[in-house]
Design a protein around this ligand. Structure first.
Ligand SMILES: Cc1ncc(COP(=O)(O)O)c(C=O)c1O
Length: 423
């Protein structure tokens, strides 16, 4: 294993948006990846190709229908490879993570009794909090595990103390979309298993930054969104096959009964699915070209699954290097307070997403000012209001968020720092 710096900047040429300039010829800096990443040319082409050659509904009777069916099968296999799911039948598509989670909370809710308990966290995006809190209307007790506002990590002792023999489900994020913390999912899975609870993991924020292996994580469900990892607006839910088979159908009457369709409402987004496969293939190609030195780290994988692991490892190494520079530079900006893990030794416990405030300015003012300098960042709570609330920042407008993706470069960081110093 080597953690030598890796240069992924040649990949920027594949992203048309990165070549865009404003009307005075000035380029843009995309630090808004946590809200949605840019897409490479092959994803754009795959979406267009679907419209041009297979714009129909999946069916057996004619060629366009069969091509459509093939698009669906290919996307299920691509996502099974991306997540190391045992079977493509365990992959369920939907419009986005929130809609899938809301509908899965209704499905699981049908199996719960008044007095049953669910544990969520203060660190999560509220798609993975409110969806479960909605079950309070049927008498389910929803408890919320804290994170430590000094260390920015989930308080596992507090979480463990909330678990009882009535806990039926634990819902937790793989990484925080506000401050970047990666949660120790295998440990949380063991805690949940101890009390016989299911584990529902939100991997939306983590997905563009590192390898995901649902089998190694030990979770029962995992959700992500393809638009956060270089693809179209498509949500993906993986569920353990034995559970998907057992759970009740929560669907319109005419829907096919097999497990992958059982939880998919209405027509799938075929062009989005074509783009999903293309996004996964983009990453696999990245893995082959830039991650072959990590091949020995993944002896149990082959083919696209191996290439994807190599890709995500290469991305992790690249991003960690650039993120180290970003943090060092941000620490030189006067009156700026960082929220998130900043100790270089602990960077394996975080994604390259950092939040901050600047004394004297609201987060919205800072984000708008940076926007005027063609630097795209987000402000507010990004639906992670548990984080801004516990940090005492919710009423002050939250925080400014800067998120790195593998297409960012040192010059992007330099432009940010110059702009902030001139604020
Ligand atoms: C961690 C996290 N979870 C869930 C979501 C919601 O995802 P979607 O837009 O696919 O519903 C987001 C979106 O920003 C997110 O960052």
């Amino acid at each position: 294993m080597t953690d030598q710096p890796i240069d992924l900047s040649p990949l920027r040429a594949q992203f048309p948006a990165l070549q865009e300039v404003d009307d005075q010829g000035r380029p843009f800096v995309f630090f808004d990846g946590p809200a949605g990443t840019q897409v490479p040319r092959q994803v754009i082409d795959a979406v267009a190709h679907q419209y041009a050659t297979a714009n129909s509904l999946a069916n057996e009777n004619f060629i366009f229908g069969r091509r459509c069916e093939e698009t669906v099968q290919q996307a299920r296999q691509a996502m099974a490879d991306f997540l190391n799911a045992p079977s493509p039948q365990e992959i369920i598509f939907g419009p986005n993570m929130t809609t899938l989670t809301f509908s899965m909370s209704r499905v699981i809710g049908k199996t719960l009794q008044p007095g049953d308990e669910i544990v969520v966290t203060w660190l999560d995006h509220y798609a993975n909090v409110s969806s479960w809190q909605a079950l309070e209307e049927q008498g389910v007790l929803v408890k919320q595990a804290r994170f430590d506002v000094e260390t920015f990590r989930l308080d596992l002792e507090h979480l463990a103390s909330l678990l009882t023999d009535k806990t039926k489900l634990v819902a937790v994020g793989l990484a925080s979309n506000a401050i970047g913390t990666i949660n120790p999912i295998p440990k949380i899975a063991a805690l949940a298993r101890n009390v016989g609870a299911l584990l529902y993991v939100d991997a939306v924020h983590y997905a563009p930054h590192g390898p995901i292996d649902v089998q190694a994580l030990g979770c029962d469900f995992l959700v992500c969104s393809v638009y956060k990892f270089f693809g179209p607006h498509v949500g993906v839910l993986w569920g353990r096959q034995s559970l998907l088979e057992k759970l009740p159908r929560y669907q319109v009457a005419a829907a096919p009964p097999d497990i992958s369709h059982k939880f998919e409402t209405g027509m799938l987004n075929f062009e989005g699915l074509a783009g999903t496969t293309a996004a996964v293939n983009y990453l696999a190609a990245l893995g082959q070209e830039y991650g072959s030195q990590f091949a020995a780290d993944y002896p149990q994988f082959e083919g696209r699954r191996k290439a994807l692991k190599q890709a995500m490892k290469a991305i992790t190494v690249f991003e960690r290097n650039l993120f180290t520079y970003l943090i060092e530079q941000l620490q030189t900006v006067p009156k700026l307070t960082l929220y998130g893990i900043t100790d270089l030794q602990d960077f394996a416990e975080r994604c390259p997403t950092i939040a901050f405030t600047v004394e004297g300015y609201s987060p919205q003012q800072v984000a708008a000012y940076l926007g005027d300098h063609n630097i795209f960042v987000w402000d507010g709570n990004y639906y992670a209001m548990g984080v801004t609330t516990l940090l005492g920042l919710e009423s002050a407008g939250g925080m400014v968020r800067v998120g790195l993706a593998h297409y960012n470069i040192k010059d992007d960081v330099d432009r940010l720092i110059v702009a902030l110093k001139n604020l």
